[in-house]
Design a protein around this ligand. Sequence first.
Ligand code: IPE
Ligand code: IPE
Ligand code: MG
Length: 227
Amino acid sequence: MSSAEKRARHVAVIMDGNGRWAKRKGLPRALGHKNGVEAVRALVRGCGDLGLECLTLYAFSSENWKRPEEEINDLMGLMRRFIKSDLQEFIDNGVRLKIIGDYKALEPDIVALIDDALEKTAGGTHTVAVALNYGSQQEIVRAANKAAATGAITEESLAANLDTVDLPPLDLLIRTSGEVRLSNFLLWQCAYAEMHFTEVLWPDFTVDHLKAALDEFEGRERRYGGR
Ligand code: IPE
Ligand code: IPE
Ligand code: MG
């Protein structure tokens, strides 16, 4: 296989550890999330140069509604501010925004901001997919129901109804903060993805960490059950 063929097209990240980052520094949790947004911004800026076709970021899970209302409000506030402040930069840098998950259940003003951003970035050359109110089991159930409504459920018909239908196959999944679990993220899409777990807490994760993960990925032998 040539090195170009070994390069990752699609990387997904479970951005975990904002709370612990803040706690270690004696700061309020909200500041952990705020610094987490800075890490997102740097990665979005860098992913075009790395040649990635798609970077998928787990920002809010369907289970994160279990958190205290104050923290949910902080997260939603950061979301609003990030879209408003960075949309023009997305457009200028050829970023196509994509959302996976049931984002329509968020506050109406956030839904409107997202819909506007989706429309304005539709012509972008590489994709940043943000998972919002996302749960993989729920996504699979939705996809199975849609597939069943039009015929038999097959691997193809189910995949064609997942939120990720227009994204390249997932090559590499990264999780920060030392947790080694998927937390209901991309369960179907991970079937043959490579995994990279790091102790680095999300606000400390940089483009260099991503580059190192991609270099390591290129050295791996993917077998897909063959030999
Ligand atoms: C990840 O950081 C951000 C979200 C889940 C929204 P956490 O808030 O989960 O941080 P820890 O895991 O408590 O350190
Ligand atoms: C997963 O992190 C969700 C996001 C990063 C958005 P969590 O912190 O919610 O996961 P658990 O609860 O530790 O499994
Ligand atoms: Mg966490």
